[in-house]
Design a binder for this molecule. Sequence first.
Ligand code: AMP
Ligand code: ZN
Length: 134
Amino acid sequence: MNCVFCNIANGVFSSNTVFENENFRVILDIAPANSGHCLILPKKHAENIFEMSDELVKEAFSLAKRTANKLRESGLADGVNILQNNGEVAGQTVGHFHIHVIPRKENDEVTIKAKTYDLEESEAIRVMSLLKEI
Ligand code: AMP
Ligand code: ZN
């Protein structure tokens, strides 16, 4: 097992564990964007969302929502960003599926969105037509 998140999720490497169940471990990010930044890690290796079963994806996002609820109820967050990067091109740096739950507070100066894209109507139509069979 040379995947760092496999080792963390399965308790081989230590981590600041928030929660654990049969299929997942929730840990604190080692380089948090904000205080209380959590990562949801499946115990079974999958590089990204494309390799995950629908069942496990549902469980992962349900756990992200519960984590978000808890962050808010505990006062650690007023809002949250939920991020999930797939592929280097999308900013994924660790090749083991994970969901970020990032607590947000008023004026915290955390930056998530860097730029916007200028989508023209013809392109919007093309994209919608490519995506219509979701
Ligand atoms: P991503 O860029 O979406 O792949 O996010 C990877 C995240 O994992 C980053 O926020 C890192 O700070 C975090 N990370 C990397 N190594 C560890 C580790 N050993 N323990 C906890 N978090 C880690
Ligand atoms: Zn792994």
